[in-house]
Design a protein around this ligand. Structure first.
Ligand code: GTP
Length: 241
């Protein structure tokens, strides 16, 4: 039996940092990092070129630091370093299961990882290495969602998959409203008009302007990312009409 065909040649996956902490409420659990690595491996084995952005909220949230009275730029710098910790952990977990991986950072720290060099990242992908982009955009005030949209466009990914804690995009908060309805598809314009919490406005407007399709799926259901790549219907597709 032949391999099932992927819909895409090159994808970018955004993972929330919180996904790595499992039930312990903080940091990285071995079970979750291993689970995430295996989910990535399934996509990699389809022959798809995979790049990843991981958040840092399991270690430090810039917005929370700023709300607690810290200078926003300092808090965001700490948040960006948190994404480097997660990226190194994910790189290790992927390489332990035989998936060649490179980490590139938006803030120079050459002793720890390569700097972000767009063309080098694309060469790594062509050589079937997973590339993890760490340290966000390298600037405060930008989220890792914005970094994910930016990198996805820069390296010419066909889609950004946001693997997150919920099944997709709802018309209202499903945790507080039993009658919340999930969209199969929705346009960026509707997301903006209805003020739906998919990504922050900077990320949404960049994705809309650059016509980058975004697929939101639940990371915690096994095989979900692979199913999106195989074209199965699940989660929510956000796109330009
Ligand atoms: P090719 O050039 O395609 O062979 O890629 P490669 O990544 O295998 O080779 P390279 O010689 O560039 O890198 C070898 C290893 O060193 C890889 O694990 C890289 O991630 C790592 N590496 C490359 N540049 C840097 C850097 O500036 N800092 C750190 N810490 N590691 C680096």
């Amino acid at each position: 039996m032949g391999k099932k065909a992927s819909e895409f040649n090159r994808i970018t996956i955004k993972l929330s940092g919180e996904a790595l902490m499992g039930n312990q409420g903080f940091g990285i659990t071995p079970e979750m990092i291993s689970y995430v690595a295996h989910e990535i491996e399934k996509v990699y084995k389809l022959g798809v070129q995979v790049s990843i952005i991981v958040g840092g909220g399991n270690i430090f949230r810039g917005v929370a630091g700023s709300a607690a009275g810290m200078d926003r730029a300092s808090a965001d710098n700490m948040g960006m370093l948190a994404t480097v910790v997660n990226s190194l952990a994910l790189c290790d977990a992927l390489e332990q299961i035989g998936v060649p991986t490179r980490v590139q950072t938006a803030i120079a720290m050459n002793e720890i990882a390569e700097p972000f060099i767009r063309r080098k990242a694309m060469r790594h992908l062509e050589k079937n290495r997973v590339v993890i982009f760490a340290a966000g955009t390298g600037n405060p005030y930008f989220t890792t969602d914005t970094a994910a949209v930016l990198r996805a466009k820069e390296i010419q990914s066909q889609i950004l998959i946001k693997a997150t804690q919920v099944d997709g995009v709802y018309d209202k908060d499903p945790k507080e409203n039993d009658d919340a309805v999930m969209f199969d598809k929705i346009s960026y314009m509707e997301v903006i008009q209805q003020k739906l919490h998919v990504m922050d406005m900077t990320a949404i407007s960049l994705a809309m302007e650059q016509s980058l399709p975004l697929h939101v799926v639940n990371l915690h259901t096994a095989d979900n990312i692979m199913k999106v790549v195989l074209g199965e219907k699940l989660g929510t597709l956000v796109h330009n009409e």
